[in-house]
Design a protein around this ligand. Structure first.
Ligand SMILES: [Fe+2]
Ligand SMILES: [Fe+2]
Length: 273
């Protein structure tokens, strides 16, 4: 089948968005696109070129991995094998993880935090934007909840709240806040996808919460954070991290906290058991 390249790229949010997608995300998107094209040809189905939720489900058994797998456990872009990771310091801190382990997610998160600064939000929310997707290194499924849990012992409660609830909020537009439902989700979840009842319930809860604006801001700064030409650095955020992230003296993963194992898993992802 001929690939309509322009339609494919436009459906993913343009060349800029595609440029920042991981290898496997692009492969998934391409697979989804081709499947949708195929079904369009076969049935002239409506849906603007996006697959149905059922078609997305049907792709599962054609994969060699599950979509929820953490990004750091997949081969690097363009490679068929994973790379050997540099050894981390004995007492690793957040900046070490950004430099040595958050390889797939840091660019997007840095862009998101930069956007948040430009929008003039306070530092607790900037920190939430900076951290909002890095848990996808560990697991993509439920990444807001995994991320909030992993950061909760170290960040302000409102920051953890914003990280956790940006996940359900992504599925619900808020015109007033400047958040539209992204086409990427029509592609990834299916155009007729309906969020599960627990996601709807989490949205209802967040909508009424006094910190709704904090979680919503993460989704707003998220949408604009896929520019492949953006020059980003952790440098502008070092002081914010210093002010709001309680660094454990023993290092992340070695402080005996209930989430230490999550940090150790990211530190040592090649440990077999
Ligand atoms: Fe996210
Ligand atoms: Fe994001």
């Amino acid at each position: 089948m001929e690939l309509d390249r322009r339609r494919f790229i436009a459906g993913l949010g343009g060349a800029a968005a595609v440029g920042l997608m991981s290898h496997e995300a692009r492969a998934d998107a391409l697979e989804g696109f081709l499947n949708a094209e195929l079904s369009d040809t076969a049935s002239s189905a409506s849906g603007g070129g996006f697959p149905t939720a059922a078609e997305v489900q049907a792709q599962i058994s054609s994969r060699t991995y599950r979509s929820g797998i953490g990004q750091m456990f997949m081969p690097d872009r363009g490679n068929s094998t994973v790379a050997r990771l540099a050894e981390m310091p004995e007492r690793p801190q957040l900046l070490d993880f950004f430099e040595m382990r958050f390889n797939r997610t840091r660019n997007h998160c840095l862009q998101s935090a930069t956007k948040a600064v430009q929008r003039g939000v306070d530092e607790e929310i900037v920190l939430a934007c900076l951290l909002h997707d890095v848990s996808q290194e560990l697991l993509r499924t439920e990444h807001g909840y995994w991320g909030a849990q992993m950061f909760e012992p170290y960040v302000p409660e409102r920051t953890a709240f914003a990280i956790r609830y940006h996940q359900p909020l992504r599925f619900f537009a808020d015109d007033e806040a400047g958040y539209q439902y992204p086409d990427l989700y029509r592609r990834v979840f299916g155009y007729d996808y309906v969020p599960a009842p627990h996601i709807q319930a989490a949205y209802d809860f967040t909508r009424k919460h006094r910190w709704y604006g904090a979680a919503r801001e993460v989704t707003v700064s998220d949408l604009y954070a896929f520019d492949p030409n953006a020059v980003v650095s952790i440098e502008p955020f070092v002081d914010i991290i210093g002010r709001h992230f309680r660094a454990p003296a023993e290092g992340l993963g070695f402080d005996g906290s209930p989430v230490a194992h999550m940090w150790r898993t990211i530190n040592f992802p090649d440990a077999p058991l």
